[in-house]
Design a protein around this ligand. Structure first.
Ligand code: S3P
Length: 440
């Protein structure tokens, strides 16, 4: 049963070693690639959060065999193509799921109708519809490019697409469609975004050429390529690891290690930023796992100071600004975050909700169209007051971030709709309690 609300309050230090849940981006991709491929894909460490389970159900609906073998262990048997689903595909809360699946399905002769929860139905789908239409797919949807919408796939032609916004979801949708387009696809990224799709294309036997040209990334995917089933080991999600790690940084006496965290540098902008703020973060046991670097990350309670986060770092930490803002609240001085307009079109308007949540907890925040500045409380000279009841609008990362704030603030902090945490971090409350956190 979903609790009506959760409250976090200040207690003792947080201590222990934990493993973050599987990476959400890689989990969605493993299922989609497995379904598109010919043969068997064995996945270990899959994130069994609601977003990813929706993608698993969608892959079944498009004709793949998808079977859960045990905790985090899944087998997908693909037919080398998608069949027409017999019902509406409900992607729940998952922007990654719906956008990547639209790209994957666009090259097949089928019609498919997609929908999602209230949050997903309010998010822009034009960003994938525009390039997919250019390639030859057709869409009928609500005004403003909102779900529900129907895709009619078929024969696609080559596209060369320069991403108008730094979006790995859009890049991935175009590349997945490009697999079945005559002449393939080329994507140009003015700012690099997470590269899990490129890595997985290679792991599933496709050729993809990635070059730096004048500071931009040119990704060339020849058409007419087949994917073959592969083994995928999903590393721990750095976006989820961020919550226990920041909790340790802001809670006196704490030391927390998160094991097996993905260290891909297109995902670890938060760790770089926290280190610049004076965080005692160390990485040990760095190793290669399934084509990605992983390691064990330890955070100790630290005196943090504010920084200006370079705007060009935004794509490598776009989901982490809400939890960075919490760390910034406990730091000395101002933390300036700019070039983060994309945050406004995530599961919620995350700039607005982070600012509202912090203000409700007595933290001064200046909100801008594409940025925000958090005025830190000078590390104990002026405590973070807390005491807010935070509106999450069903956004999992807004909920988790403010619960972390409550663990170190003077007065308890509560969040509404905590059930949504399970979209990306099932077991979050139990994991935090295991470290000593008081969340009830
Ligand atoms: C994701 C890309 C990011 C991120 C999302 C996951 C992905 O979105 O916010 O949580 O797996 O490709 P955008 O690429 O739209 O910025």
């Amino acid at each position: 049963m979903t609790p009506a609300g959760l409250t976090a309050k200040r207690g003792g230090p947080l201590r222990g070693r934990v493993r973050a849940p599987g990476d959400k981006s890689i989990s969605h991709r493993a299922l989609i690639f497995g379904a598109l491929a010919e043969g068997t894909t064995e996945i270990e460490g899959l994130l069994e959060g609601e977003d990813v389970l929706r993608t698993a159900a969608a892959m079944r609906a498009f004709g793949a065999e998808v079977e859960r073998l045990g905790e985090g262990r899944w087998r997908v048997v693909g037919k080398g193509g998608f069949e027409e689903p017999s019902d509406v595909i409900d992607c729940g809360n998952a922007g990654t799921g719906v956008r990547l699946i639209m790209g994957a399905a666009a090259g097949f002769p089928l019609a498919a109708t997609f929908t999602g929860d209230a949050s997903l139905r309010s998010r822009p789908m034009n960003r994938v519809m525009v390039p997919l239409k250019d390639m030859g797919a057709a869409f009928l949807g609500r005004s403003g490019g909102r779900l529900p919408l129907t895709l009619r796939g078929g024969e696609l032609s080559r596209i060369e697409y320069r991403l108008p916004e730094p979006s790995a979801q859009v890049k991935s949708a175009v590349l997945l469609a490009g697999l079945h387009a005559a002449g393939g696809a080329k994507v140009i990224e003015p700012e690099p975004t997470r590269d899990h799709t490129e890595r997985m294309l290679r792991a599933f036997g496709a050729h993809v050429d990635v070059r730096d040209k004048g500071g931009e990334r040119h990704i060339e995917l020849p058409g007419g390529q087949k994917l073959v089933g592969a083994r995928v080991r999903v590393p721990g999600d750095p976006s989820s690891a961020a919550f226990p790690l920041v909790a340790a940084l802001v809670t006196p006496g704490s030391e927390v290690t998160v094991e097996d965290v993905l260290l891909n540098e297109l995902r670890t902008g938060l760790f770089r930023t926290l280190s610049e703020m004076g965080a005692e973060l160390s990485v040990e046991n760095v190793r290669n796992s399934g084509g990605e670097q992983i390691g064990d990350v330890t955070a100790r309670h630290s005196r943090l100071h504010g920084v200006a986060v370079p705007p060009e770092r935004a794509p490598s930490m776009i989901d982490e600004y809400p939890i960075l803002a919490i760390a910034a609240a406990f730091a000395e001085g101002r933390t300036v975050m700019r070039g983060i307009g994309e945050m406004r079109v995530k599961e919620s308007d995350r700039i607005a909700l982070t600012a509202q949540g912090l203000l409700a907890c007595g933290v001064v925040v200046e909100e801008e169209a594409e940025g925000m500045t958090v005025v830190g409380t000078a590390h104990g000279n002026r405590p973070v007051v807390g005491g807010g009841r935070v509106t999450t609008r069903g956004d999992h990362r807004i909920a988790m971030s403010h619960l972390i704030l409550g663990l170190a603030a003077e007065a308890p902090v509560s969040v509404d709709e905590p059930g949504m945490i399970a979209t990306s971090f099932p077991g979050f409350v139990e994991l935090m309690r295991g470290l000593g956190a008081e969340i009830a």
